[in-house]
Design a protein around this ligand. Structure first.
Ligand code: SAH
Length: 344
């Protein structure tokens, strides 16, 4: 029984089974999700006997920090966490003027196969549980002493390929009895799985949806993202339109600029046409080169030009600030280098 993944009402049922009153469930939930303690022994208002039972039958998921790297440029911290089965994942703490943001992983590895991404090289090992997603944030807040106000599910993994755990994670994270991070401050980034986008829209969670677009048409998208062979771009665009209609949340489109592939003027114009009529924001990301691939980052003049064209068409656009570029903070790179090291 993974107690940290339970909703409060489910925990009440568990405590019932142990002949414990409902208020015990509330106390435990608060220790786990608000006070973020890492052990039952710290739950000082519980009777010793109950703590013993919990220790034995309800193991508490707590990630162990195996490594961390601090950027000297901007204070970004990258954490490598060890899971109970000894697998490793990574998470990133980014400090902005408007507050601290944590980028979490949703799976161990990834099976989506995007050609420029380091996280997908070893394939997917397994999904993360809701508790393992939550604990990335809990441990970072505890270790760093920094309050986390924004969460982006943009680390390793495809969150919509781990749908049920993702939704459970979001509900607990935004619960007022827990860390109470507003759903409005949570962003989920997806490579674009249309049926899952529609189901997510129907949950009526006011989170921000970010679509990894990376191309103005399906021809180019197919070269970068295998998922584009499965779903036509028009189908994905219909799904995100539905998401907007259901939630009223402005959409984010991520567009990774890669020299000679998707960064020409004509691509910017085509992208502007594609996004016409969408209430959206475009995030231009200079591709972060990984050593296993030959992609080259577009130069800054070209990026600026690309941005200017979108603006001419009145599209909201920003160039993503590159955080922690000195510490391997691009998707999956710290984990990958750790795995490379340990297999030597
Ligand atoms: N699977 C989800 C979330 C994880 S990837 C998704 O596809 O959105 C998070 C974002 O980082 C995606 O937009 C992804 O395309 C981008 N990304 C991956 N590798 C990158 C790299 N080397 N440089 C720049 N962005 C990258």
């Amino acid at each position: 029984m993974d107690i940290k993944s339970l909703y409060l009402d489910e925990l009440v049922i568990e405590m019932n089974k142990l002949d414990q009153p409902a208020f015990r469930a509330k106390q435990i939930y608060k220790w786990i999700h608000k006070k973020l303690v890492g052990s039952y022994d710290d739950m000082t208002n519980l009777p010793k006997q109950l703590r013993n039972i919990l220790n034995e039958h309800y193991p508490l998921t707590v990630l162990k920090a195996a490594d961390s790297l601090v950027s000297e440029k901007d204070g970004t911290v990258k954490y490598l966490f060890r899971l109970n089965d000894d697998r490793v994942i990574e998470s990133v703490l980014m400090k902005y003027h408007h507050g601290n943001s944590v980028c979490i992983s949703s799976q161990v590895g990834c099976r989506m196969g995007c050609t420029f991404c380091a996280s997908t090289i070893g394939g997917k090992e397994r999904d993360l549980t809701a508790s393992e997603m939550l604990d990335q944030i809990y441990r970072i807040q505890t270790i760093s002493g920094e309050r986390v106000s924004n969460v982006v599910v943009m680390g390793t993994g495809e969150p919509l390929d781990n749908y049920n755990n993702l939704v459970r994670f979001i509900r607990i994270l935004s619960d007022s009895g827990g860390l109470n991070i507003s759903a409005r401050n949570i962003t989920v980034s997806t490579c674009g799985i249309p049926d899952k986008i529609r189901v997510l829209a129907d949950e009526e969670l006011p989170i921000t949806l970010a679509l990894s677009l990376h191309a103005p048409n399906n021809e180019i998208r197919k070269k970068l993202m295998p998922i584009a062979r499965q779903y036509e771009l028009s189908v994905v665009m219909e799904a995100v339109k539905y998401y907007y209609e259901r939630t009223g949340r402005r959409l984010t489109f991520e567009y990774c600029l890669t020299e000679g592939i998707n960064d020409e003027e004509e691509h910017a114009k085509e992208l502007s046409q594609l996004l016409k009529g969408y209430n959206c924001h475009v995030n231009l990301i200079p591709v972060n080169p990984i050593k296993e691939r030959t992609f080259i980052k577009s130069n800054s003049n070209k990026i600026q030009k690309f941005k200017n064209i979108l603006e001419k068409y009145r599209i909201n656009v920003t160039i993503r600030r590159e955080m922690g570029s000195d510490i391997n903070a691009a998707c999956g790179q710290l984990r990958k280098s750790h795995l490379d090291q340990s297999s030597k």
